[in-house]
Ligand binder design. Sequence first.
Ligand code: AP5
Ligand code: MG
Length: 194
Amino acid sequence: MTRLLLVGPPGAGKGTQAAILSDTLGIPAISTGDIFRTNVANETPLGIKVKAIMAKGEYVPDDLTNEIVAHRLSEPDAAEGFLLDGYPRTIEQVNELDRSLGKDGHALDVVVLLEADIEDVVARLMKRAIEQGRVDDTEEIIRHRMSVYTEQTAPLIKLFDERNLVVRVDALGAVDNVTDRIVSALAGRGLASA
Ligand code: AP5
Ligand code: MG
């Protein structure tokens, strides 16, 4: 049973690695970005609320974000562990996740920090802009997303470090190599024998 977070700047490969690790570890990958994008595409009431915020590269308010994650984590497939991609990203979200896991006597097991230079990940996202056309993948918005990450999410790493949860992984290089690094780092903690 593994409760894992993937953290890192936009473009670090959270979504890419989450999909692979979800298969390897047999736990669901939960991406708040994907959940929001699906709601935007389907023009749900939530999607209508968050569309403009996401297009600007700002964070969705904590109350909305906490609510969708609480709902998703209450589904049966998450009872045996999960992999969170892109949540929590603010201190309020960390506090809420702690509270909701704590109710059942649970807590996070590990935080995988995907480390990369900003210019490398900007280049990746500029490439994805051409391939996928995500609305928040223009250079200006990508750089804004990087600053939002630096201001609001990067400081949380210290808190996870104080809990001795963080494993640091170089996010550059081939996708398979990054996966191998993550799996070895997890194995080093007695988690996730693939
Ligand atoms: P979210 O969807 O989470 O976006 P993000 O954090 O900006 O990250 P990305 O999805 O762009 O990058 P990634 O790290 O997943 O990398 P990926 O694998 O795609 O969030 C979007 C928005 O939703 C936020 O701005 C906010 O508005 C809202 N939101 C989400 N969560 C929230 C929260 N908790 N609170 C408030 N608001 C929230 O890879 C990127 C590209 O690189 C891809 O093209 C990929 O193919 C490629 N790539 C991946 N790995 C490699 C590799 N090793 N080598 C070469 N290319 C690679
Ligand atoms: Mg992603």
